[in-house]
Ligand binder design. Sequence first.
Ligand code: HEC
Length: 152
Amino acid sequence: MKTKSLLIATFAGMFAMAMITSCGGGQQPATESSEAVEAVEESGDDAQMALGKQIYDTKCFACHQADGHGLPNAFPSLEGSDLLLNHTKQAVAQALNGSEKVGSTGKYPAPMPPQVDTHEDAVAVINYVITHFGNNGKKITLDEVKDIQIER
Ligand code: HEC
């Protein structure tokens, strides 16, 4: 009987040790998150593309369509878009503030409404569309657009 309870106590002790080690008293989560930050830094481009795709698939696709080619007389195609490819900073401003603020082409029944709330999101989605849907344009950096005012 005495041996048995000693055994139980030993096991309980080992179990407690195992719990403490696996939880690491707050050490482990810190290590994990700093590893995650490194991973994002290493693959910053991939992370930005993933974010850009996610934004496109939730917001832009409704008008510009899943293939980026838009709808005739309603929403322009993004393939070969002059604004996107040659005035990329303005395209970022348009994602943030809508086409009326940037200077609408006036060719469509309604302007493009503002879409995203942060410069990070705007850059991510513009860099996604500038490299997809038949485009092979030059990506823009956050630094290049940080002076764009959010006008809402
Ligand atoms: C509610 C519909 C709608 C949504 C959603 C929308 N757009 Fe637009 N987009 C338009 C319209 C309309 C225009 C034409 C604007 C104009 O000429 O005033 C346009 C124009 C553009 C252009 C310029 C195309 C050209 O004429 O060369 C780009 C680039 C663009 N949109 C990107 C995006 C991105 C990126 C998103 C998602 C973050 C998005 N749009 C979401 C309606 C939309």
